[in-house]
Design a protein around this ligand. Sequence first.
Ligand code: SF4
Length: 225
Amino acid sequence: MTNSDGDFLHELHHPDVPVPEAVRSVVTVTSFGKLMDAIYNWGRRNSVWPMFLGLACCAIEMIATASSRFDQARFGMELLRASPRQADLMIASGTVTKKMIVPIVRLYNQMSEPKYVLAMGACAIGGGPFKEGYSVVSGLDKYIPVDIYVPGCPPTPQALLYGFLMLHKKIDGQSLGNRNSVPWYSRTPGEDVPVPVLGPDIIDPRQAYLLRRATTTASEAHASA
Ligand code: SF4
């Protein structure tokens, strides 16, 4: 289930219960919860379906990762999905412009839970070489939660594969026994991320109160002048 069944059994082993060294590769003693988490996460991490979201030059490296030389199908990822409803991993590969962040947030809201976001490249992480540009968002995580950051300009396919392994590690750390780490099983449905508004500049609705306060202060100052 990991590198080998022996490693998998070793990870499950309860430290307080001694098992003879000679049979450790075939016998383990563990708790029911730990076993359930291991099976649940094993199934999820080996069937992550990524969404095809090529935004700029980094997308070429992402496409190369899907090709036969690197072969992301080894991780159960197979095709890059063209629909957010069939995907649970958003690979944001490239420059995120103010115009594009609007559909990106909308696509994120349409993805099925549990869902993850991987920011690929300096642009998606923080704006990259265009950080000071008038049209570029300085970081995808200002709008949607990002789980994995793969730095580089562009990152190589190997770096993206390493990002997938880090995502597996994150999934392995989630437990059915801890509701905070599996919020998609809460009794009430999660809230959508507010879709930014594209105007003269991009507006994040979550910060509307700041804009309101700034404009109110400015108009009061103008009236009293
Ligand atoms: S990080 Fe570099 S390679 Fe990737 S989209 Fe930005 S400029 Fe292009």
